[in-house]
Design a protein around this ligand. Sequence first.
Ligand SMILES: [Zn+2]
Length: 535
Amino acid sequence: MGKKYMQNIVSRIKGMGILRRPVSLFTFSCIVSIGTLLLYNLPFFSYAADNTNESAGGKIFLMASLAVIMLALNFMMTYLTVFLMRTAGRLVLAILSIINATAVYFITTYSVIIDATTIGNVFNTRYSEASGFFSWPLWLSIAAFGVVPALYCLLRPVAVGKAKKMGAYCAGALGAVLVTALLNVSQTLWISQHDTELGGLLQPWSYLVNSVRLATTHHDEQAEEIRLPDGRITDNEKAVVVLVIGESARKANFQLYGYQRQNNPLLSRQEGLKVLQATSCATYTTAGTKAILEPLNSDELHELLPNYAFRTGVDVTWRTSNWGEPPIHIDEYLTNEALGEMFPGENIYHDEILLKGLRERITSSKKNKVLVVLHTSTSHGPNYADKYPKAFERYKPVARNVEEGEKNVATLVNAYDNTILYTDYLLDSLINMLRAMDDWKSAMIFISDHGESLGENRMFMHGLPMKLAPKVQYEIPFLVWTSENFRTCKPTADGREPAEGELPAVLEQHYIFHSVLNLLSIDSPAYNKDFDIFK
Ligand SMILES: [Zn+2]
């Protein structure tokens, strides 16, 4: 009896033939389109609903209109992809499902918006750093919302049908889009006000459109840098400048800027340290680093500080545990891995490696002017707790990464504050090293590429477009120390327009280029005294 019952069920399932009997391409496209809306575009609708001033009725009409347009466009895209490319088209849909699931995971977990810079950051991120983002919740989410729909797209038998039918369905879908758009003409202004956010939340269009945008602009950025007019070194004094580029260091968490924790114990005792107010030009590494090194704010690529100083005859060395910098053309470019080979036994994942042998390197220089750039990575997420030695874990307990920290933001802030404590130690060591080099005039400048979000308004990390970014993502530390008898900073104009010879209350990253030219005694038509922090 039991056996017969089982056989009955098996034959019934076979009879349904869910995986054998093909559906029409129309049905298949409807299912994929509805699935795309429900699985990947709820953040889009939630943003739209939260940001419209319409009355309840108007809101429902707007949401319904957006849904109709999205369903019709996704339907058309699916239909055409499979009709024109058959199996290859299904493969495209499967890949899009997996990318969609990944994008939505990052949108909901880190409150990111997928625009051209986010895509650029994805392509620029090294695997070692990106692997910090991979975690079980991400894999599970990709499996459930990416792989399962992908298998459906690949395996569901479909009867493709005739070209005539395709024409009719696509014309119908296009008609629906046009009519709905016309009924909503009054929303044009609202859409243009929110285009960045709406576009960045719309899957799969956000990354498809932005990847194309990035590919077309990338070509120009690879162009050769615009050469600056020649400069010359005007004296023979021995002088060294150490420029430290911070990573994701935000002003709000520095004791020197009034943070309540004592996480700058060493620097706050350093005599002659200048604490300046500054903002970054962008919220991501490539743009922030470029702004620190270039002579003026520009979308174009001008000759950068290390390249220009090197060409003018300065001994330039670049040491990095980071990446994403614009093209550097100098003789000595050392990564933390390369330094690890020069100094075996050192931990190359903590930024102290960048200071190894530095004093000997400077004092053995055959030139009188030396520029050292240290591109650090100490406060880079999502794994803040991996960026400093155990001895610097003063604030506990710590979240191992941002995902863990989301559940308890205080533990994430603890880990982050430890990175600032470690930064305090590194900068203090540098200043002490320079101070001990009696026969050199010296300067240490620390400025961050951008800030960081640590859970305020459920935002984490950095990279939001400037017009949406919270202050913490662009208010950065800017610290300056110079040896005795060397240059001194101009006074800062507080609360009023700066007079001649004064600095504005808040500086930007382009002050670095001109200030360093001054320190290295480089006389150049490219130098602008208004962007020099020194007298
Ligand atoms: Zn950065």
